[in-house]
Design a protein around this ligand. Structure first.
Ligand SMILES: [Zn+2]
Length: 538
């Protein structure tokens, strides 16, 4: 924990007061001739051309905006808390997504700002797990939602629990921000494009020593999907939307897209969820496709369970190809906020863009970046439909990936393109640059993973797993590296690209947002949410 800047400022003010009091006790001081202060130097004046520069003008405007930002330290000032997690959305991903988003709008790209980059506060987060230098999503999500770092692979149990140890996990559960919000009568929501039983969303409601126990667990422990349906805090989660139907359906049941359930205990958890809320008063709605989503009547819906895919939902770029149709992350975010806002006590919600991570693992920067852009769209929806006076919005990532932005591409070069460099006059050199091996290279590459492949216009990055590893340099002269089916080169051959261990960014707006500036442990995020949201009675 770093020292609190406000207590430092308070201590300094206190010291001055003490000094003034002791002066009063020592009687009037003899008059001494006061030395005249030297006139302050007038300083340099800037050339007119410098002051007229748009960079200079933009900087002055930014100072004016920053001075107007309201800092609210009051405990409980955030009636609503929304935590956005871009799974695997490291700093290089944010930079590349920003450039892509700008270029999709016909701009050069580098100067573009994603929605959350306009928030007044940002900082850095240290992501390591207690037993792993480069983190996994289970340990990191647990840190964010419980305030306690833990091991990789475990969900909302502490670091004393060995991965997979059922008995130990029952002894060391951690209470989550979502449970605290429920216990205070607030509404709660969990939205993800991944399976809703996947590590990041599951951290909010389940406690297991093994993230893989999504639909089955050893004797004595309860699987993740069942824990969601049976969550005891408050009246359970109010809004759930994502993928992962298979964890809720028995093996004998086939869903509307023709996929079988995974449960071996024969329990239909969709029916169990519906019957939990059959009290004649509560209107609990289960939906599983875009038509169902579009038909939601917000006013009459008290509980919502939306499971739009057997496993993970589609990549955003591939969403149009879904069999039954599914909503986008920004559409789900908008609907969730509408539903949760009906509660006067406020709400807590986690929104995860779960497939940025999966795009990277498959060495598809196209999929990762287009999902990151859609995540920024979802954040914009949240910023537009809430007030900075009573809603804390936090945007961060659980961990990074080993994607790099490299070479010296000229300004405005397509971020997914081959590198075109500048000549000695600083102007674009005609044609693509060639590496020492005589072949072109892309701006984006991966340090490890499955490596290069090209599946034409397919936007399903998971195609990559159908072919073997092909690490190292490839001749991509004839490849359209900006097309959806292009997978970048990788240096170290691995069965999947890995997470990256460097810090991730955090951006925030609303009460308590300023507390997230600086470099902090990932577990600190919970403490800001708990303080600003008044989730813990101190
Ligand atoms: Zn991952």
């Amino acid at each position: 924990m770093q020292p609190n800047r406000f207590s430092v400022a308070f201590a300094a003010a206190f010291a001055i007061t003490v000094a003034a009091c002791s002066d009063n006790n020592s009687g009037p001081a003899p008059q001494q001739p006061q030395p005249q202060p030297e006139p302050a130097p007038s300083g340099l004046s800037l050339p007119e051309s410098q002051r007229a520069s748009s960079w200079y003008q933009n900087g002055e405007a930014a100072i004016a905006r920053a001075r107007d930002v309201v800092i609210n330290n009051e405990r409980g000032a955030a009636k609503n808390v929304i935590l956005f997690v871009g799974d695997g959305m490291g700093i290089s991903t944010v930079t590349a997504a920003r450039i892509l988003a700008g270029q999709l709008q016909g701009e050069s790209g580098e100067e573009h700002q994603l929605s959350f980059e306009k928030m007044p506060f940002a900082g850095l987060i240290k992501t390591y797990n207690t037993n792993q230098q480069t983190a996994d999503s289970a340990g990191t999500a647990t840190a964010m939602v419980t305030g306690v770092k833990t091991k990789a692979g475990v969900l909302s149990v502490d670091e004393t629990v060995a991965r997979g140890d059922c008995a130990a996990s029952l002894q060391r559960p951690l209470t989550t921000a979502l449970e605290l919000a429920e216990s205070l009568g607030k509404s709660t929501g969990v939205v993800s494009t991944a399976r809703i039983t996947h590590a990041t969303p599951a951290s909010t409601y389940s406690k297991v020593p093994e993230r893989g126990w999504e639909y089955a667990a050893p004797e004595g422990c309860t699987d993740i999907a069942t824990q969601m349906v049976e969550l005891a805090a408050g009246d359970g989660i109010d809004v759930v939307m994502g993928g992962g139907r298979r964890s809720f359906l028995p093996q004998e049941v086939t869903d509307l897209e023709g996929k079988a359930g995974k449960r071996i205990d024969g329990v239909n958890l969709v029916e169990a969820w519906q019957s939990r809320y059959q009290d004649g008063v509560t209107n609990a709605l289960y939906i599983e496709d875009k038509n169902g989503f579009d038909g939601i009547d917000v006013a009459s819906t008290d509980k919502l369970l939306g499971l739009f895919e057997s496993s993970h939902m589609r990549y955003e770029a591939d969403r149009k190809n879904d069999v039954a149709g599914e909503p986008s992350l920004s559409e789900m975010t908008a609907k969730a906020i509408e539903l949760l806002s009906k509660n006067d006590r406020g709400y807590f919600m986690m929104v995860e863009s779960g497939r940025i991570d999966h795009g990277h693992h498959a060495s598809s920067a196209y999929s990762a970046l287009t999902d990151a852009v859609e995540m920024a769209n979802a954040v914009q929806v949240a910023m537009d439909s809430t007030s900075a006076e009573d809603t804390l919005i936090i945007v961060t990532a659980d961990h990074s990936h080993v994607m790099t932005i490299a070479g010296y591409p000229t300004r405005g070069n397509p971020i997914l393109g081959k590198v075109v460099t500048n000549n000695s006059r600083g102007e674009p050199e005609p044609g693509v640059a060639l590496a020492a091996d005589g072949m072109p290279y892309t701006t984006i590459t991966y340090a490890n993973g499955l490596g290069h492949a090209h599946y034409g216009s397919s936007a399903d990055a998971d195609d990559r797993y159908e072919d073997p590893v092909s690490a190292g340099r490839q001749d991509i002269s004839a490849s359209d590296t900006e097309s959806p089916g292009y997978h970048q080169e990788a240096l170290v051959p691995l069965g999947g690209e890995t997470h990256g261990g460097e810090d991730v960014g955090i951006w925030a707006r609303g009460p308590g947002a300023h507390l997230l500036s600086g470099t902090n442990e990932q577990s600190f995020i919970f403490h800001v949410m708990a303080h600003a949201g008044g989730l813990i009675d101190r």
